[in-house]
Write a protein that binds this ligand. Sequence first.
Ligand code: NDP
Length: 282
Amino acid sequence: MSNTPLQELICLMGQPVAGNPTQFMMERAFAASALDWRYLTFEISPDQLDDAMRGFRVMGFRGANFTLPHKVSVIPYLDELSQAAQLMGAVNCVVRSDDRLLGDNTDGKGFVQSLRKVTDPKEKNVVILGAGGASRAIAVELALSGVEKITVVNRTAQRGEELAELLNDKTDVQAEYQRWEDNFAIPEEADIVINATSIGLGDVEERVPIEVESLQSSMVVADVIFNPPMTWFLEQADKRSCTILDGLGMLVNQGVIAFKIWTGIDPDADVMRESLEEYLEI
Ligand code: NDP
């Protein structure tokens, strides 16, 4: 008897995973593409990852997403990494090819795909607020997309300096770190400004400490926060007639890219965005 699965299985491993919008979005996208695939979520603690990865191989899962706290610790279990995942040192998407596991990072790619709808990143001057996982993923992918300069603004010097150093050492971009004290004034020459911090998550009134008057209409202003998608930061930018990009676009696009990696086909991005809006009740 063959153990070939009737359905392909994708899983998400993280902690916690309850109420994950990605599962809802992916199941809708599989159905819209007439694929009898399933997207399952598993709550896996760090000390269970070893067993979970053995199970993943044995049970023949086609692919997976990884969220915190596994984005870095999953790497030793993989056979190959994309260039971006190697540079970031973090993986959020894995696909099985025969018995080899290939790791990639679709967060930054999702952001750049969203950005390309409003501007070409080539030779642009970027200011990125924050230096955590999301910032790292976006900054590396922007550097690989040919931006000219990235200023990393972060409250904690060590994280900010490490990211600027990584970008300078491993990519062609010119990067610098600036400490975030009081209200940060966005430099006039910035073309793209990104809030890649967790400020604004679940709180539409939470202020990102910047001098709002320094936002100019020529700037593209983006936020990684997807719930609520219209953050205080984006509202300020919108009032100043900047081009704005919400975090929902990034979330949809990282899913679009992962779907293509797993299935080889392009999903319906509109179905994915609508399903997220339904799930998040926005
Ligand atoms: P991390 O915890 O790795 O990083 C958080 C960052 O925010 C750090 O740079 C931290 O600074 C900064 N920060 C937090 N609070 C403040 C504050 N009050 N003032 C100044 N800086 C602050 O988180 P991630 O990078 O993984 O995630 C960040 C956000 O991105 C989350 O809200 C997540 O939901 C969202 N996200 C969205 C995605 C999408 O598809 N739209 C994809 C991935 C993430 P410091 O280093 O000083 O602590």
